[in-house]
Design a protein around this ligand. Structure first.
Ligand code: FES
Length: 102
C-alpha cells in the first residue's frame, strides 16, 4: 500500500546529514548519503534505541552515536556480529522534494 508523504526539500538535508520527521506513531530519520541517495528509517537503534539521526553517515550506512553499531540504511539491518534491525521506509525525490511511503 502506498501512502506517500512529502516531508522535506532535498536541499534541506545536508549531504551526509539527516532530518527528522515525526508522525503520531513514530519518528523517522531521513538521511542523505554522499552519492545523493535518500534513506528513511525508524529513528531508533535496534540495540538500545540510540538516536540514529545523530549518527555518522558513511556509504549507505549509519553508525549509532551511542555504542557504534553500524546500521545498513538499505534494509535497516545491524552489521557484523550485531543482530537486530530497524524499520525502513521507501523514499523518492520528485521536483526537489523528498517523499516517504508511510
Ligand atoms: S543504542 Fe545504538 S549501538 Fe547501542
Amino acid at each position: 500500500m502506498s501512502n506517500w508523504k512529502e516531508v522535506v526539500a532535498l536541499d534541506g538535508i545536508p549531504v551526509l546529514g539527516s532530518r527528522v520527521f515525526r508522525t503520531d506513531e513514530t519518528e523517522i530519520a531521513i538521511f542523505r548519503t554522499r552519492d545523493d541517495s535518500i534513506f528513511a528509517v525508524h529513528n531508533a537503534c535496534p540495540h538500545k534505541g540510540g538516536v540514529l539521526s545523530e549518527g555518522i553517515v558513511h556509504g549507505h550506512k549509519v553508525t549509532c552515536p551511542l555504542h557504534n553499531w553500524v546500521i545498513n540504511l538499505e534494509d535497516g539491518e545491524a552489521q557484523g556480529a550485531d543482530k537486530g534491525s530497524t524499520a525502513c521506509f521507501e523514499t523518492k525525490v520528485e521536483s526537489g522534494m523528498v517523499y516517504i511511503n508511510l
